[in-house]
Design a protein around this ligand. Structure first.
Ligand SMILES: Cc1ncc(COP(=O)(O)O)c(C=O)c1O
Length: 396
């Protein structure tokens, strides 16, 4: 047997890929200095937090930006900004991170799900339209894996119906639609700075918006506002960001463009070299858009791979084989959000979203400083699996 999954030698030597993020000596030094300088007396007006908010907001292109302790807190706060009543509903794509739908319930409104597009993996505008009723107050646009949604199509629908557009840009730092950054495409947006993200801090989140009313109401979801007085117009949670994380954010913001460019180069290279495999269907980037390429994600067409009649079985066998060859890969989600216990809706109502959880694989090593050499290892691993395809049928 040749494949590593059946006892052969893995094609990717251990330690070939650099981890994400790549911590530099300058980052460590500035962090230690910052740690020494933090005290109770200077906590409230932490200059690094306000500086980070200013620079990140400037980078996204919005008038306002404020930080929070997670992307989940940011989505929830954006929803609080919308003044939701219990009878209101918010539409969320079925293929998304659980945070968005959960935040709607936490904000006291109802969730309605819509299906996604099989090519871009983003919200399907027709399915979205079909879910709208007189109680629809907002939509959460998830730029999935950093691929910007087609905001022109969504804007048209939302303007007519006065629906607020909340962007879940948690995976989309630096992505663009028609040269405008995600986070500045709708009415209000949420970012995450979790360590896995393109702007990796450790934990953290931010809101960006051009609407001062939305900003002030959204900020009231946090009982520790960084920039306004403690008026407590609302019940607030402890969503505070901190100066140490802001310091990391300031350092990493400097490299975001460079790092995103490397992701793009690596993605382009993989797409070009993997073209010959017709069973691999990469996520299609929205027309006129630039993805942040949070991950390299593709669907398996099992009818072309031809190792099993079942889509999930084919995907799982291929995935396990790729993983055992030493490629950092996985399944982003094995259930769509509506079918999770919290909601219990039959997945068959969202056929495209269901198809995505059953057929996709992500590869996470496309980040800086990995480059062509490392991409070649991924390609070699896939070539090896294809050359020994019959062995995939032997996996128990
Ligand atoms: C699309 C999406 N939305 C929201 C979140 C939540 O962000 P956080 O983990 O910072 O709460 C994530 C993070 O995993 C995400 O990928």
């Amino acid at each position: 047997m040749n494949l590593a999954v059946l006892g052969g030698k893995p094609i990717v030597p251990k330690g070939s890929f650099c981890d994400w993020p790549n911590v530099t000596e300058e980052e460590v030094k500035s962090l230690v200095e910052k740690f020494k300088s933090i005290s109770f007396n200077n906590y409230k007006l932490d200059y690094d937090i306000t500086q980070f908010e200013e620079l990140f907001g400037k980078y996204i292109g919005t008038k306002y930006c404020f930080t929070l302790n997670s992307g989940t807190a940011a989505i929830y706060s954006a929803l609080v900004g919308c003044n939701l009543k219990p009878s209101d509903n918010v539409i969320v794509p079925a293929y998304s991170f659980f945070s968005a739908a959960a935040a709607v319930l936490n904000a006291g409104a109802k969730v309605k799900f819509c299906d996604v597009d099989l090519q871009t993996f983003n919200i399907d505008s027709q399915s979205f339209k079909e879910q709208i009723d007189e109680d629809t107050k907002a939509v959460i646009l998830v730029h999935i894996f950093g691929n910007p949604c087609n905001i022109d199509k969504i804007n048209q629908i939302c303007k007519e119906k006065e629906i607020i557009i909340i962007e879940d840009a948690c995976q989309a730092h630096g992505a663009m639609y028609k040269r405008k950054k995600t986070g500045n495409l709708g009415d209000i947006a949420a970012f995450s700075f979790h360590i896995s993200k393109n702007l990796p801090i450790v934990e953290g989140g931010a809101i960006t918006t051009n609407n001062v009313k939305l900003r002030d109401k959204a900020a009231s979801a946090n009982m520790f506002p960084n920039y306004i007085e403690n008026k407590h117009i609302n019940l607030g949670n402890n969503f505070k960001f901190n100066g140490l994380f802001a310091k990391i954010g300031l350092e990493r913001l400097k490299s975001l463009e460079k790092f995103n460019n490397r992701r793009q180069e690596n993605r382009d290279y993989l797409i070009q070299r993997l073209k010959k495999f017709d069973f691999i269907i990469p996520q299609k980037i929205t027309e006129n858009a630039q993805s942040s390429n949070a991950m390299f994600v593709f669907r398996i067409d099992h009818s072309k791979l031809n190792i099993s009649n079942s889509l999930i079985d084919s995907r799982n066998r291929f995935l396990l084989a790729l993983h055992k060859e030493g490629v950092n890969c996985g399944i982003w989600s094995d259930k769509i959000v509506p079918e999770m216990e919290m909601f219990g809706i039959d997945a068959s109502k969202f056929p495209n979203a269901k198809m995505l959880v059953d057929s996709t694989i992500y590869i996470s090593g496309i980040h800086y400083p990995n480059s062509k050499n490392e991409m070649n290892l991924i390609i070699k691993a896939i070539e090896k699996i294809v050359d020994n395809k019959e062995e995939l049928k032997e996996i128990k």
